[in-house]
Write a new protein. Sequence first.
Length: 385
Amino acid sequence: MDPALPSAPEPAAPVSPALSGGKLWLFRLVSLACAAAAGFVALEWFLQSRQTRIGRSDALEPGLIQYDANLGWRLQSNWRGEHRHGDFLARYSTHRLGFRGDTAFPQRDPARPLTAVVGDSFTFGFGVNDDATFVHLLDAAAPGGATFANFAVPGFSTDQEALLIEREVTQIQPRRILLVVYVGNDLLDNPRPSPLQVRSPKPYFEWQDDKLQLRNSPVPPPPAPPAESLASAILGPDRATWPWRVRLEQQSEIFRVLSQSAGGHDFSADVASRRLQPTVVLFGRLLERIRRTTEQRHIELVVAVLAGRSHALHPRTLSGRYQEYFRTEVLRLAKEEEIPTVDIADHLRRNAADAKEPWFYLNDGHLTPAGHKVVAEFLARNLPR
C-alpha cells in the first residue's frame, strides 16, 4: 500500500503590501502639507474676520462732523456724544465755537496768552475723553495762566489747516499757533481732492503760475469717490511694480503680521524722490503760506511733528520708513522757514517700546491716554518759552 501523500498547505490569506520607506515618507509629507494648508486657511479666515469685526466696532454717534463748503467739513458746535471702538469707549464734546472742549477759552485776555493748537484726529484726541487729550493736559498744567485751546479737526490735512488758520484761528488773536503735523497722512492728503482714509471731498492747492491756486472750492457735498490705498499713494498705482512683500501683505493678513515683525522693507531714495518729493514740495509751499499769515498778524508759529504707531514700534516697515522720510523733510522745511520745531515723533520712537503702558491703541492706532500724557509732558518741556 502506498504511503499517504502529504497534504498540500492551504493558501495564505492575501496581505496588503507594506509601503516602502520612500512612499511612507511621501505620504507623511503630503498629510502634513494638507494639515498645514488647512491650518493656514483657518488662521487667515480668523484674522480677516477679526479685522472685519474691529472695523465694524468703530461707531461714532452722529452729528459731530458736518459739511462745510469752504473746509470740506467741520465740527458741530455744542455737540456731545460717544465714540465706541473695540479698543476704547470715549466721550467727546465741543463748545459754542465748534471746537473740542466743554467751554470756550478766554479770548483776548493779555493775562492769559493763548496757544491755539491746530491738527487732525491725533490732536483732537480720537479715543480719549475731553480731559485726557494732550491739549487739555497742557492747558491744565500751563504755568502763569497760559491757555492752550484745541482747534484740531479729525481728517484735516495741511491745506485745510492753512485755511482754518486764515479764516478762523487768527481771528481769535492767539499769542502762538502750534501746528501739529501728522506725517502718517497729512502730506499724502494735501494734493488730493479727498483724503485717503475719509470719503469726503476737500479743498486742495496746486502750485501754478508761481503761486498756490485753490482747487475744489467751494467743496462739493459728500460722499467722495473711493480713494486709492495707502500703498498706492506711496508706491504708485501699478501693483506689478510693488515689492513682492507689499503685494503679499495686501492679500494675506498672516503675511502682513509676519512682515510687520520682520521689518526691513526696501524704501529707496528713488521711490522717495519719484513718488513723495512732490508732496514734500507742496507741503513746503503751504508751510510758507502759514508762516506769512502768522507773521502778518504778529502770531508766533511753532511746528510739532507727530507720527503713528508703526513709526514708533515698527520703524523698519514700509509705513515706518515713509513716515521717517516725511519727518526729516518737515523738520528741514521748517528750519528753512526759520520756524521753531518740536520733534514728538522722534521722542516716541526712542521710548515707546519700553513704556509700561501702551502709547498707541493696538488696532485703532491713535494715542492712548498714556500716550497723550507723554506728549503733553514732552511739549511742556520743549515748547519755546
